[in-house]
Design a binder for this molecule. Sequence first.
Ligand code: GAP
Length: 462
Amino acid sequence: MASKKPVESSMDTIISLSKRRGFIYPSSEIYGGFAGIYDLGPMGVELANNIKTQWWNVMVRRRKDIVGLDSAIFMHPKIWVASGHVAGFSDPLIECKDCHARSRADKLLEEIGIQADEKMSEDEINKLLHDNKDRIVCPSCGKKNFTEAKKFNLLVKSNLGDFSSEGKEPAYLRGETCQGIYVNYKNIIDTMHVKVPFGIAQIGKAFRNEIAPRQFVFRCREFEQMEMQYFLRPENEMSEYDKLKEYRFNALVELGLKKENIRWKKHENLVFYAKAAYDIEYKFPFGWDELEGVHARGNYDLTQHSMHSGEKLDYFDQEKGERYTPHIIESSGGVGRLVLAMLVDSYNEEEVNGETRVVLRLPRKIAPVKVAILPLSKKDELTAPSEKIFDTLKDRFSCVYDETQSIGKRYRRQDEIGTPYCVTFDFDSLKDDAVTVRDRDTMTQDRVKIADFPAYLEENLK
Ligand code: GAP
């Protein structure tokens, strides 16, 4: 029956499946698209929501010491001055003198095996570019004729509330969600009776003027982050940091990512206030790259916001009779990158009876659709009871009802979106009150009484 071909999914395969099956569409496609922006289709929004729910359960619901937050996208412009983003949130930009394509200099250096990153100064980057000028080629036209690298600020400006546009700091679209957490630290302390150590978590959109958006949803200009900031006593920073690292790695394995496809990468070039920084990388088809980061940030964030706002952002430990500014460890990941990793991780091609079957072996708990209800044919005597089954399940499980095309084609469609179970109502069902239940992974079929099916699903989706 089925033989497994060892198929490495390429980015093209994933992009094409994402479009074909309603996971991810390029934004504004009828207008020719809009660089670095994507829309989630009907399957993509279900998958992303399930991933976010799972993250929220692990990072908030399971933890007595972590609370949730949903801060606004727009914040006081001074926040981005205090955080250092206005002065230093930039990437090194170079332009091809021939075709005028813009690139990130650090990424072009990395591609030829030279250690470089966005934290380096313009001089450091330009020296590396100069020393390697014969090896660095423009990804667009292949020539080797670049301008000097210049720092390019990634904050996205808006004209919110600006009716004069004279000499004022603009309102930015937030470049990361965690600033909303830092500036609510005092509110949470005052209203939620939390005691250090405690964390604040949130999920939300972030915006960056990326110079060269690339690799589909991996690097975009609008994306979603899942961030948690943990406030603690300075002397506990590194021990809690190690615990958070382990917690996040295990959470990704629990979510269903294959252990052999994730690994740690240490940041060698730390910003001056950081104590430690590691990324969890995923083995994407274009190579190992960052999925999420776990960073020990010292007391930089609270100190900066305290200085710029004039508000005290310290903590009084009543038991010890001591006042101090908590240190912060952070966990920060992108929803889009995790959606992409999940699609890559679960993509499979198999030979079935001489044909290729594409199947997404998504972990059941995050599959966009849990069960597809398929009448064998469009005859009323089969469709009416099938719709009734849909009605009994729809409030408990994410279901679809599909009566178009042959049953074989419908099975293949469901395999491609990773639906764990297909239920077929056939002519025998009229006599025995049972349906055929097909398992996505093994393609084996069970005959199950309709009355027992909700419990069957409950048990098998665990
Ligand atoms: N608060 C820390 C912070 O924002 P970051 O490494 O810049 O750190 C955290 O971003 C995570 O957000 C990354 O690990 C990645 O998953 C996601 N991310 C960052 N920039 C992104 C982009 N341009 N497109 C998609 N995801 C992005």
